[in-house]
Design a protein around this ligand. Structure first.
Ligand code: DQA
Length: 146
């Protein structure tokens, strides 16, 4: 299976950014461990991070040509603002898991609403980087053989 992991704005600073909320591990190390996790489960994981909304949209579009089976996305702040990312995910019709490192529902009010949650396969929030691994495992179990 082919899985695409997309991380949105400011997640390139993982490990240095508000580490009390987002943890100490760098994005490179997180991605490396997730690639290993996918590999031992017989799958391949492609990773992408961007601070630019249009680049995230293009990576979602490119997932069709790349024959991606499902997407794991942490859209970061675009979660709460981006109708365009929602439309891109609807357009490609590739199932996706929405992941947040922190518990968005117990933070500021403006983080409680997501433009993606109602169309996501599942929302995994508040368990740190383990959330990515959980989404990958769930997706592999669900979409294997489909
Ligand atoms: C986040 C939560 C968002 O509200 C925030 O803007 C982020 C990260 C998370 O992973 O907890 O940048 O998506």
């Amino acid at each position: 299976m082919k899985i695409l992991l997309i991380n949105g704005p400011n997640l390139n600073l993982l490990g240095m950014r508000e580490s009390e909320i987002y943890g100490n591990k760098s994005l490179k190390n997180v991605e490396k461990d997730l690639i290993d996790h996918a590999t031992v489960n017989g799958s391949s994981l492609l990773t992408f991070q961007s601070n630019a909304e249009h680049e995230i949209i293009e990576s979602i579009h490119n997932a069709i040509a790349q024959k991606i089976d499902f997407i794991v996305i942490n859209p970061a702040a675009y979660t709460h603002t981006s109708i365009a990312i929602r439309d891109a995910l609807l357009a490609v019709q590739i199932p996706f898991y929405e992941v947040h490192l922190s518990d968005i529902y117990s933070r500021e009010d403006f983080r409680h609403f997501s433009y993606l949650s109602d169309i996501a396969e599942e929302v995994i929030t508040g368990i740190g980087v383990k959330g990515y691994e959980e989404a990958i495992t769930k997706g592999i179990l669900k979409y294997r053989g489909k």
